[in-house]
Write a protein that binds this ligand. Sequence first.
Ligand code: GLU
Length: 483
Amino acid sequence: MSDTVRTRIAPSPTGDPHVGTAYVALFNYALAKKHGGQFILRIEDTDRVRSNTASEEMIFEALRWLGLQWDEGPDIGGPCGPYRQSERSEIYTEHVEKLVASGDAYPCFCTRERLTELRAHQRENKLALGYDGHCRSIAPEESATRRSAGEEHVIRLAMPSEGESTVIDLLRGEITIDNAQVDDQVLVKSDGFPTYHLANVVDDHLMGITHVIRAEEWISSLPKHVRLYEAFGWELPVFCHLPLLRNADKSKISKRKNPVSLNHFKRAGFLPEAMLNYLALMGWTMPDEREEFSIAEFISELTLERISLGGPVFDLQKLTWLNGKYIRELEGKELLERLKTQWLSDEYLLKVLPLAHERIETLQDFFSYAAFFFTGDVEYDEKARTKLLAKGKNGPQTAKLFRGLLEDFLEPILVWTVDSVEDAMRRFCEKTEVTPKEVFMPVRIAVTGRTATPPLFDTMAVLGKEVCRSRIRRAIEVLRTIK
Ligand code: GLU
């Protein structure tokens, strides 16, 4: 293993790029830079159903926007590639077979029915849930024969079934777990693909990762990971589980209570340097406790041991306040440049202009007609307010409609275009048996604040997913309070 510091961020490309990914990436990036080491981007796409390239692209873009540039990764290569797990299947197969040969892992032929029954039995009798080790006692020769005959199976890790294991997390110290509580984790699924656990450990080792800095939610997997390192005979990296970001009510950060997509923050006009500064404050305080500092200052001061475990609250108001400070510190010209990167870019203006072109009589009209393309929230105009919020109209009912549309149809869209938006809206109408008329006008009002606008889907496509999403969310809040 190399003796320089090597860290990594290992996102699964299954949705919009998450603020938690940026938070974890920041600490990994900073530690590598502090020690003149390397920061690696690895794409963990072993979930073949949920992984997709649109999401992968968005992760690249978001991390680049923040300036968290990786030294090795799927797009730029490096000495330990490939950096996309779906391209490393043979490596995992080769490694898991070593474990099967040494008895540290075993094929399991249990059918889905048996596992369902087992779980029901455990529930009924209030026993600990988990695999009962049924296939562990099959003789290696027998399981080899059954495997070569093509019998469906998974490969499981043979965890010690008695005693205790002690693992070490840098921030929490020794953690002792009763082995009986740790399941015989599936390492390879019946389709031959590895699970997160196997691929993650094999890759961290082969990529020479010295510090595994990741979210707290993985701490329960640590005993399995440590067992894997031991079974392979590999040296352990340092494990450091960062505290989870939380909503104001201390629950795990979630999109119902907070914007969590990095695309949102970019689109809403947060400065990347303010974002990084704010994320660095989550669990970390500078020795002199100042709250405003640059990434370079963070890098030079960072020591993982000083991260505190009290659940850091992601407070949008505070982030906005900090962002305001950064904006005020920009030179006028620099501010103009920032505006030109998005709303005043030719690219954006050329998308908005065609939607206003036919509808204005003086050039100045453009600014009032197209204002909603440039603002954050929208005010509902007189007509819109009467139509959407009129007494007698069922506010909570519309709120429910919006929520279904947003969460089940619009939010899952990864490539946001006129066609994908129209398709989602029409599918929603079919599924819920409401007429397009009943849905389209309220949505138009929610996303523009008006009843008369350019064509709805074109408008939504130009506004983008993040803006539409936050305006519909706001409409839900407004509607829910109507009596
Ligand atoms: N793919 C995992 C995730 O997206 C990585 C966890 C880890 O860093 O080990 O959270």
